[in-house]
Design a protein around this ligand. Structure first.
Ligand code: ADP
Ligand code: ASP
Ligand code: MG
Length: 424
């Protein structure tokens, strides 16, 4: 007997028919003798619908008071899901009970719309499991110290599931979704993308942070910190496939760098259309200038990603960086009002139509020439690189958004990602 956490995403919970299929799958695992906790998302489209309604009525500049309400509204999507799933499980003849984040409770900080889980109280859940019940817990939400409902950021149900698995010391956390694992790149963009049997934790962390939305980045961080065995697999296989087959399907996130994984230099390609580029032109090239520009941006709680500073001419330089597209207008405004007068910058320019394409692989540690192969491939496609950023196991480039698919496809091919890996 093992303690297993299942997480089902929005598409997997998309209709009453889908929820029935989820219940049948969970019942199969429970009947095999496993203790089961299930963490579902809201039904597909529901979170967008709720946030859409909220934004119609919300004030244009949303402060903490408005964001608090946004979270209270968005969290209802998952509350419906857990109730429906518990009923469907009861119809399968199981004892099942649902809990919202505040009932468990899942404790978070108070950063509305992007709260972080601090702890999970497990007494109630343990008692239910001991009594033979299947426990269904909402994804995406928690409770702060003041008793407010919080949400964990889009895609946050992954993080809820892994955090529950960590708190309960589950034997495995299975993330059921609408693809059958983690692919070399998003299979919706590159049909030749190949499913990986395993991916190292470090690579998964990079893929998630660079825009591959199959797992929310914080869920991968949790899995790493608490060593939660994590697998991504499909909820669209027939629910009654044998458990032994299902348990080995999909993609396992591994913590060991075994020889098999050493063979691929580049394991995957991630891309992100959510950023915008900003350039501050003609700033004096003197000590402290980066801080003078970026300090006020950071103080306004705006995340900065790729940064470049050009060589100077006549003591002046240009300074570019990227921010989340949602923060674009706010950043430009802030630079014009607060930074330009202090630095004497000539102009602030912006381009929201950029994207970031990244190659990821732990093999890049031991191989030279990987980045230059990336740059050559892009140049052969006539794609201009605007910015570059690297780490030990990734190289990212910022390019014009209109070339994103072309770049991803070309890189996928040149790094042989459509070919079966030798050792698989
Ligand atoms: P869920 O609702 O189950 O949480 P998501 O839509 O959040 O599902 O994540 C699954 C989607 O992630 C897939 O449908 C796929 O389009 C996308 N995706 C992006 N990159 C990858 C990748 N490398 N491998 C698999 N899927 C990916
Ligand atoms: N329902 C939430 C969202 O759409 C959380 C999740 O699906 O993971 O972002
Ligand atoms: Mg998701």
């Amino acid at each position: 007997m093992a303690l297993i956490v299942h997480k089902y995403g929005g598409t997997s919970m998309g209709s009453t028919e889908r929820i029935r299929s989820v219940a049948q799958r969970v019942a199969k695992w429970a009947r095999a003798g496993h203790q089961m906790i299930v963490v579902p998302s809201a039904m597909s489209g529901e979170t967008n619908r709720l946030l859409g309604l909220a934004k119609e009525l919300a004030p244009p500049a949303m402060g903490p008071a408005a964001l608090r309400e946004l979270d209270a509204i968005a969290a209802t999507g998952e509350q419906v899901s857990v109730g429906l799933l518990a009923l469907a499980l009861q119809s399968q003849g199981l004892e099942a009970v649902s809990y919202s984040g505040w009932q468990v409770p899942v404790r978070t900080d108070s950063a509305f719309t992007k709260a972080r889980i601090a702890s999970i109280e497990d007494d109630r859940v343990r008692a239910d499991l001991a009594a033979g019940k299947v426990v269904v817990i909402t994804g995406f939400q928690g409770l702060d110290d003041e008793g407010n409902v919080t949400t964990l950021g889009r895609g946050g149900s992954d993080t809820s599931a892994v955090a529950v698995a960590a708190a309960m010391r589950a034997d495995e956390c299975l993330i059921y979704t609408d693809v059958d694992g983690v692919y070399t790149t998003d299979p919706r963009i590159v049909p030749e993308a190949r499913r990986l049997h395993t991916i190292s934790f470090e690579e998964m962390l990079e893929m998630a942070s660079l825009g591959s939305k199959v797992l929310q980045i914080r869920s991968v961080e949790f899995a790493g910190k608490y060593r939660v065995p994590l697998r991504v697999l499909s909820s669209f296989t027939p629910w009654d496939i044998p458990i032994e087959v299902e348990a080995k399907s999909g993609t396992l996130i591994t913590f060991e760098e075994d020889e098999k994984m050493e063979q691929a230099v580049v394991s995957g390609i991630a891309f992100n259309r959510d950023e915008a580029k900003i350039t501050v032109m003609g700033v004096p090239d003197r000590p402290g200038i980066a801080y003078q520009i970026l300090g006020p941006v950071a103080d306004a709680n705006i995340d900065i990603d790729v940064i470049i500073q050009n060589v100077s001419h006549d003591g002046k330089t240009d300074f570019s960086f990227t921010v989340n597209r949602g923060d674009y207008a706010r950043t430009i405004e802030l630079l014009k009002t607060q930074v330009t007068p202090v630095t004497g910058a000539a102009q602030v320019l912006g381009d929201p139509k950029i994207c970031k394409v990244s190659i990821v692989g732990i093999g890049m540690r031991s191989h030279v020439g990987v980045a230059s192969k990336m740059f050559r491939t892009l140049s052969e496609e006539g794609i201009n690189i605007q910015m570059i950023s690297t780490s030990e196991i990734k190289t990212s480039v910022v390019i014009d958004e209109k070339y994103m698919e072309l770049a991803v496809r070309a890189l996928h091919k040149v790094f042989d990602l459509d070919q079966p890996a030798v050792a698989e």
